[in-house]
Design a protein around this ligand. Structure first.
Ligand code: ZN
Length: 170
């Protein structure tokens, strides 16, 4: 989870302090939510201290127990996908039955990037609570550091490409 991975096309008009204030008013957190978020923020600090981008996450079960936790290791692992949210989503999809996964909450120091959001959707996790929004993260970065999408062209051969897919999904 390099900081750039969290870049969003969102506008930059909201200051960090405004955004934090609005978030605090809009999001009703339980004391348990806050405690887990602070633990995730602690994991983010640990990531930074260890030479990685400053992001951390944990997965809490329905009983309020921590099932798994991790921090960003994209630099030390030399792996652009080593975001904690993605690692926890993969772990949950592999280790938890769907009902248990749906009863979990992912607490994360920063709003999941697009890559992680896609993995979270596929993992069936029940809820996500984040401490810092992508917009607020963007405001903490130097200008011009956002990732840009690669140009994409298609669909180019849909009639051929649909052949191996047709009938697969039921
Ligand atoms: Zn991510």
């Amino acid at each position: 989870m390099t900081p750039e991975n969290h870049a969003t096309p969102s506008e930059h008009g909201t200051s960090v302090s405004e955004g934090l204030s609005v978030t605090g008013e809009d999001v009703a957190l339980t004391p348990e939510d806050e405690a887990f978020l602070r633990r995730a923020i602690g994991l983010a600090a640990k990531a930074r201290a260890g030479g990685d981008p400053p992001f951390g996450s944990l997965l809490a079960g329905p009983d309020g127990n921590v099932l798994a936790e991790d921090h960003n290791t994209s630099l030390t692992d030399r792996d652009i996908t080593a975001h904690p949210e993605l690692k926890l989503a993969r772990w949950a999809a592999r280790e938890l039955d769907p009902a248990t996964a749906a009863a979990t909450t992912l607490y994360t120091s920063c709003q999941p990037c697009g890559m992680c959001a896609g993995a979270i959707a596929r993992s069936g996790l029940g809820r996500v609570v984040y401490a810092l929004s992508n917009e607020q993260l963007t405001a903490l970065k130097p200008p011009g550091t956002a990732f840009t999408d690669a140009p994409a062209r298609g669909p180019a051969l849909p009639e051929e490409a649909r052949v191996p897919v047709e009938g697969y999904y039921r």
